[in-house]
Design a binder for this molecule. Structure first.
Ligand code: B12
Length: 502
């Protein structure tokens, strides 16, 4: 059997980092971990080929070669997925689809022959067995969750790794919290399931042995969902693994209660974590109560962010406007909060209701659901009827993004963060890509860019006051360029110098 694994194109979004990737000659952020994991579960004797269209186009010869096409994706890749499925069907191929896009919207894809939904560890073997026995069905799904301690390591060899900026690996699935707009618990359960420390180290060893020295994103829904196993097994093992190695900084996703645990933060930093994404959502206490984000309530969120930064990790934040409890002052409150926190990578979206969430059910019951979400929570759209006037919400959103990504506001946050953060513990791996990125940033941002004044101020400040964080300063400058370019595209206008919010 010849299996063609297909990954659809990402549009130009906040997380695509498209306008930053060109500085380091990379084509995509991370490889399709779901497909690489599925590939490892297929029979060993089968031939496998991966085409990630974010890296190279799908050729007719790829389709001619294949017996089956297996496709994955997220909602945000919907349009490209339609196109690829159509091409595969035109070429007369059997199409098998799985992953989050199809698990949430399989009804929209009539051309797909078989859906293998939810977690592939359970549904793929059932599909393969039925196929062998000639009793294959149209849909395979499950409400059970597998023990990921048995998940095989991804087949990295299928991917052209040097085209990616970051490698992804997974340690756990599921989250102990209950935020009403998030579908993680519906999809992956409430009780975090983990791999063993041995599995994680094996996967890292595989990557290190094939020469990977760049960042590794541990793609967990909440890495600190099971603190005990982290403190007792995983982080000590990672600290040991790191000895004598260069590069490979880690980043991951965590909940804000990380900031309450100094021991955990210290272990994470020593293990090589230098960046965490945290769902902060809103400084509005009533909105936090509304969405059941208990872990963020009754605390000084700015101070929590600072504690993580002081420990040595950059905090990237997810924010939402348009909760029922928000009023027209929310934009100013969010802007002030984000400016004070020194969060440069602030992903802000209007409240959206993903299928399968409590919010989705509530909106449906209240007659406020407008259909499915676009999947890109940074495009200023929503699939619900908000309490605030939609026009007011979208205008406020636009002003908020415009303000935060103007050079002045962005670089002000970058400096605040760099002043606060402890220099990274990971030994930097300097290769040509970094040097090239530095020169390109000098030309694009320091000479041609609208941010040239702020760029040089940060450049010299970092170089002379805190040289250990100089590479981070340049990376932040490049990220800022991506966010600003994206905002300008979204609003179809140049961002003003600094617009007042009130
Ligand atoms: C890493 C990650 C990202 C990364 C990169 C992802 C990438 N390149 O693939 C980044 C940060 C870029 C990202 C961004 C976004 N993400 Co994201 N992301 C994740 C995360 C945390 C892990 C994905 C992962 O690698 N999992 C590990 C692998 C092993 O699991 P998997 O892919 O699901 O595959 C398993 C099964 O799905 C199945 N399977 C998968 N593919 C296939 C194919 C076949 C043929 C078969 C049989 C089975 C199968 O088997 C696998 C093993 O069980 C998930 C949450 C989650 N836990 O899944 C969200 C998630 C995928 N993201 C989501 C969203 C919404 C986004 C964003 C739109 C916005 C946002 N709020 O973050 C952006 C948009 C991206 C963009 N560029 O525009 C949603 C998708 C919802 C949906 N129904 O599509 C998820 C589920 C999170 C959520 N709470 O809703 N994301």
């Amino acid at each position: 059997m010849k299996i063609l694994l297909l990954y659809p194109e990402f549009p130009d979004t906040f997380w695509s980092f498209k306008h930053a990737l060109k500085f380091i000659d990379k084509k995509a952020g991370t490889p399709p971990l779901g497909l690489l994991t599925i590939a490892a579960m297929l029979p060993h004797g089968w031939e496998k080929r991966l085409v990630d269209v974010n890296i190279r186009p799908l050729q007719d010869s790829d389709l001619e070669w294949a017996d089956w096409v297996m496709i994955s994706g997220m909602v945000v890749q919907r349009d490209s997925a339609f196109e690829l499925i159509q091409r595969a069907k035109n070429a007369g191929k059997k199409v098998i689809a799985g992953g989050p896009l199809f698990t949430s919207e399989y009804e929209s894809f009539p051309l797909v022959d078989h859906f293998v939904l939810n977690e592939g560890e359970i549904t793929l073997p059932q599909f393969l067995l039925d196929y062998q026995q000639g009793t294959v069905k149209h849909i395979y799904d499950t409400s059970e969750h597998p023990d990921i301690g048995k998940t095989p390591p991804p087949l990295w060899a299928l991917a052209d790794l040097k085209q990616y900026a970051t490698m992804s690996i997974q340690f756990s699935r599921g989250c102990p919290f209950n935020c009403d707009f998030c579908n993680v618990t519906a999809m992956l359960g409430h009780k975090p399931r983990t791999k063993s420390a041995k599995q994680l180290i094996q996967e890292l060893d595989d990557l290190y042995q094939i020469g990977w020295r760049e960042p590794v994103f541990i793609v967990d829904d909440n890495f600190i969902g099971n603190k005990k196993i982290l403190k007792q097994e995983v982080l000590p093992a990672l600290i040991e693994w790191r000895k004598g190695k260069v590069g490979v900084p880690f980043n991951t996703e965590v909940s804000i209660n990380l900031s309450d645990d100094y021991e955990l933060m210290d272990l994470m930093v020593r293990a090589g974590f230098n960046e965490v994404f945290v769902g902060i959502e809103t400084p509005n206490e009533d909105s936090l109560a509304e969405c059941s984000k208990t872990q963020n309530r009754n605390r000084d969120l700015v101070q929590s962010v600072k504690k993580i930064q002081r420990a040595g990790m950059q905090v990237q934040g997810g924010f939402i406007v348009g909760f029922d409890a928000d009023n027209e002052t929310i934009f100013e409150k969010q802007a002030n909060f984000i400016m004070k926190s020194g969060i440069t990578t602030a992903m802000i979206g209007l409240l959206q209701a993903p299928a399968g969430t409590k919010l989705y059910d509530r909106m449906k019951k209240e007659g406020r659901l407008l259909g499915e979400m676009t999947g890109d929570n940074g495009d200023g759209s929503t699939n619900i009827i908000p309490r605030l006037d939609l026009q007011l919400l979208q205008n406020g959103y636009k002003r908020l993004i415009s303000y935060l990504y103007t050079p002045k506001a962005y670089y002000q946050r970058a400096k605040l963060f760099l002043q606060t953060v402890q220099p990274p513990k990971v030994q930097i791996y300097l290769d040509w890509n970094y040097v090239r990125a530095l020169f390109r940033s000098i030309v694009s941002l320091g000479i041609k860019g609208v941010e040239r004044v702020e760029y040089w101020k940060l450049f010299f400040w970092a170089l002379f006051h805190k040289p250990s964080i100089f590479p981070q300063a340049i990376t932040l400058a490049i990220y800022g360029h991506h966010f600003r370019t994206l905002a300008e595209q979204l609003f179809k206008e140049k961002l003003p110098d600094l617009i007042p919010l009130d």
